[in-house]
Ligand binder design. Structure first.
Ligand code: CTP
Length: 412
């Protein structure tokens, strides 16, 4: 007979595993099993609706701990949510329903799970699971963005796949093994980017035509902001150089707002310094305008019924990432560019490969314009000298983690 692993090794952590009411709740049992197998102690919590999907006895049997479901349980002395939050190194909410995400985003504490989350000492992992229409609803997307920008919550999934109804789409819970791995990373306490300085650019640039008009593009900035939030949550010191977007600054991130490509270039030069030692990595998620009006009118251009429509002469903007790459002597800083293209997957990948060579960067994130611009989710392939990964569809936060994983895996 082999005994249940004892949580007595130095890397063993206490994980509060909170289950909310989704069909995917049965997979939380597997997450608990995997964590216990790795030697961690798991404190199970369930919302009332979660108990309709999976029996508390199953979870308590696997975890060897009583299942906490009720803030008002007289069997527990003191305040149960505070006691659990005090004991847990990490709180994992698996699965997290759309309702749980909404309540977490609002900072509500109306059941044991949300009260414990509000009181958590350490990081919180959420593994969303819901129908794809619920996931893509703007309310859910806003809640997820708010949670991520607060800097305390890490997302695991969701992923594209079949959901309980039989429909297929983004909303299926990540696999238990992925969730357990993410929990273990968080529980280990040391961000894998700690000690690193990461500069991220985000959003469009606006190139003035006259004092009231500009040339711009449809970039929302969401991908760059997600990258900045995730890099910070993983321990990096992050500077976010943002074009004109109305997004909140992720917690703990230093932000510099710019408008034009020239201003972005100056902000990058300031951040990197003459020897480019100011950053370990530069992630150019900004959609920098390739052209600007050759000269901006100092006064508003007026329409004149007698004359034809004015022509706007354009001048090329410098390629900011290519300029940095050309000045780079060795491997640092690591350089990541984006290739936002129209066309099918093969065409998008071909453009991305061309950009990798032309710009002399280390990684190109290839995505199709119609799947990216303004969306909370995206579908990308990562292209480097070794080849291209398959296209993966996921939330921008989850994709940000994949991009950062590549940077971490890169030889120093
Ligand atoms: N980029 C940059 N400076 C520019 C333009 C783009 O640093 N003046 C960066 C973007 O931040 C992004 C990548 O380069 O990381 C995009 O490459 P680019 O060739 O500009 O893309 P598109 O304009 O979309 O492509 P193309 O003009 O080749 O169609």
């Amino acid at each position: 007979m082999t005994e249940r692993p004892r949580p007595n090794e130095s890397r063993a952590r206490v994980v509060a595993l909170a289950v909310t009411g989704s069909v995917a709740a049965y997979k939380a049992v597997e997450v608990a099993r995997l964590l216990i197998k790795s030697g961690h102690r798991v404190l199970p919590l369930m919302t009332a609706s979660a108990t309709r999907f999976v029996g508390p006895v199953t979870l308590s049997g696997i975890c060897g701990e009583p299942v906490a479901t009720d803030m008002w349980d007289p069997a527990y002395p003191g305040e149960l949510h505070v006691a659990i939050a005090d004991r847990a190194d990490v709180l994992a909410i698996v699965p997290a329903t759309a309702d749980a995400l909404a309540r977490l985003a609002q900072g509500r504490a109306d059941d044991l799970v949300t009260a414990t989350a509000l009181c958590a000492r350490g990081p919180v992992l959420v593994a969303p699971a819901m129908h794809p229409r619920m996931w893509s609803h703007p309310a859910t997307q806003a809640n997820v963005a708010a949670l991520v920008s607060q800097g305390r919550v890490r997302l695991a999934g969701p992923v594209v796949g079949p959901v309980a109804s039989g429909d297929v789409g983004m909303g299926r819970m990540a696999e238990p093994v992925e969730i357990a791995r993410a929990v273990e990373e968080l529980a280990s306490g040391v961000g894998d980017l700690s000690g690193k300085r990461v500069v991220v650019t985000a959003g469009p640039t606006y190139e003035p035509i006259d004092p009231v008009r500009f040339l711009g593009n449809r970039s929302s900035g969401k991908m760059g902001f997600a990258l900045a939030a995730r890099a910070r949550a993983r321990g990096a010191d992050v500077l976010l150089i943002a074009g004109p977007v109305a997004l909140p600054t992720p917690a703990g991130v230093e932000r510099r707002d710019v408008e034009t490509a020239e201003q972005m270039r100056a902000a990058l030069a300031d951040a990197l310094g003459p020897d480019l030692r100011g950053a370990d990595a530069v992630v150019m998620a900004a959609a920098v305008a390739d052209f600007r009006p050759a000269s901006a009118s100092a006064t508003k251009i007026k329409k004149d019924a007698a004359s034809a429509a004015p022509a706007i002469d354009l001048a090329r903007n410098p390629d900011l990432i290519a300029e940095i790459a050309a000045r780079r002597a060795g491997e640092a800083p690591a350089l990541v560019a984006f290739a936002l293209e129209t066309g099918d997957d093969a065409a998008v990948l071909a453009y991305a490969r061309k950009k990798l060579e032309q710009k002399r960067v280390d990684l190109v994130v290839a995505n199709a314009a119609h799947e990216s611009l303004g969306h909370g989710d995206n579908r990308v392939a990562l292209v480097d000298a070794a080849g291209a990964s398959p296209f993966v569809a996921a939330s921008k936060e989850a994709l940000a983690d994949r991009i950062l994983d590549r940077l971490v895996a890169r030889p120093a």
